[in-house]
Write a protein that binds this ligand. Sequence first.
Ligand code: CMP
Length: 140
Amino acid sequence: MSIQRTLSIIKPDAVARNLIGSINSRFEQAGLRIIAMKRIQLTKEQAKKFYDVHKERAFFDSLCDYMSSGPVVIQVLAGDNAVLKNREIMGATNPANAEIGTIRRDFGESIEHNAVHGSDSPESAEMEIRFFFSETDIID
Ligand code: CMP
């Protein structure tokens, strides 16, 4: 087992429905530690930069409008195999396809309003963490 870090975003739909604590308890119950956290509202420009990998997709503009539409909670999670573990806890991107008991199944509303984002690999976790946090913001 290796200790990893991953980036999590609690998205505007989940923040608006007061689900921050419920979602955080899923992470903690699974053994992930929240080692950095901040509540911010992204500008559309920041959302476009963060999701640059999806810029050719039909949903890109709508995704960036949505992600900048209200407050989000950005977190660094740490633990054994944190990237994969977080992806398991989140469930499939589309809440309709996610396993029962996952965050997206229980709290997501649609493929766009799917409650949480999580890094998809250790390499993207590194880049995504750097996008939002400097090392001095992360207290492990
Ligand atoms: P996320 O993990 O934040 O990464 C990219 C996001 O794009 C994804 O979650 C979804 O919210 C969104 N997304 C992916 N596919 C679609 C789609 N077909 N239509 C709308 N949004 C999508």
